[in-house]
Design a protein around this ligand. Structure first.
Ligand code: GLY
Length: 324
């Protein structure tokens, strides 16, 4: 068994996980990768593969990805290619990874040209979530992770959206029963979507609500200024603004979403140093644009979205202009 983790998580949880596994008879090795997105690289993948080979792990072995989204994506991808695929377990330690990245089997590393360009769908055998791990996270990371729950509420679960509205203070104070209820509900939604459309040929695309705007913003700011969840928050606000402009979404629902994002201290406006045209160009490069057409996930009410690929450049730029 090989645990893949990063330096930050290793100091906090690696000895506990390793000891528990050893106590019940497992042979456990550990590899640490540097903290941060740069670790989703061929170089770190190669280190993990060397380690798997060096420790003579075989087809019956299991890899454990212990950490946030980076470790999960990298470790999961290593598990998917080693000996054409070995079992792996996700132990996500950030809210973003617990409610989104660890569930659904997306694994990947980055290419200099684009994020997550080299990857595989490889389902974990188990996702083990301990909400106590959130207690050592900066509040900004809790807020950024919460966006994936709010997103799930908007795309298909108004009750979950209402739960975050009602319990926001308890959630941000990391009240354990509230976190467990919210995370379990978000994961059940995600698992339901993925079980119906694992390879993202249709339904799973709804999880990209806010992401086409968000990815463009992250790329234009070199992945340094915003947490992923913060860029998605701005993207969700802009997608909702666009839906209002297209007469698909009531202004009251747009305001309901924006109010919750603002209460969660998530950003909803674009930075002034990026022009709407630069945003649009970056969105067009997003790998989710098909045949030259941008595919957008737009809300029709809190709890339902539709997939649209017929929105014009002018309409998109207009919506971005409204979000400064
Ligand atoms: N994070 C989006 C998905 O798993 O499809």
């Amino acid at each position: 068994m090989l645990i893949v983790t990063d330096a930050f998580v290793k100091d906090q949880y690696a000895s506990c996980v390793t000891e528990n596994l050893k106590n019940v008879g497992f042979d456990v090795d550990l590899i640490e990768v540097p903290v941060g997105e740069e670790s989703k690289s061929l170089e770190q993948l190669s280190r993990i593969l060397d380690c798997l080979i060096g420790h003579k792990l075989d087809r019956s072995s299991t890899l454990i990805a212990l950490g946030g989204g980076v470790v999960g994506d990298l470790g999961g991808f290593a598990a998917s290619v080693y000996m054409r695929g070995i079992s792996y377990v996700q132990i996500p330690t950030t809210l973003q990874a617990q409610v989104d990245a660890s569930v659904g089997g997306k694994t990947a590393i980055n290419h200099p040209k684009s994020k997550n360009l080299i990857g595989a769908f490889h389902q974990p055998k188990l996702v083990l979530i301990d909400v106590d791990t959130l207690k050592t996270l900066p509040r900004r990371d809790i807020q950024a992770g919460l966006i994936e729950v709010i997103k799930m509420g908007v795309i298909r679960d108004e009750t979950l959206f209402g739960m975050v509205e009602d319990e926001l203070e308890s959630i941000l104070d990391l009240h354990t029963p509230t976190l467990i209820e919210m995370i379990a509900r978000a994961c059940a939604n995600k698992a339901d979507i993925v079980s119906k459309d694992e390879k993202e040929t249709g339904l799973r695309m709804v999880l990209n609500y806010g992401h086409t705007f968000g990815h463009a913003l992250e790329a234009l700011t070199h992945y340094k200024r915003y947490r992923h969840g913060e860029a998605v928050s701005i993207g969700m606000n802009c997608a909702a603004q666009l839906a209002v402009h297209l007469n698909m979404f009531f202004l009251t629902d747009f305001e309901r979403q924006r109010t919750l994002l603002n209460r969660a201290k998530l950003p909803t406006t674009f930075p002034h140093d990026l022009s709407p045209e630069a945003m649009y160009d970056a969105m067009s490069l997003d790998k989710k644009s098909l045949g030259g057409k941008l595919r957008l996930i737009l809300p029709v009410r809190i709890g339902e979205v539709v997939i649209r690929d017929d929105v014009t450049e002018k309409e998109i730029i207009h919506a971005i202009t409204q979000c400064y």
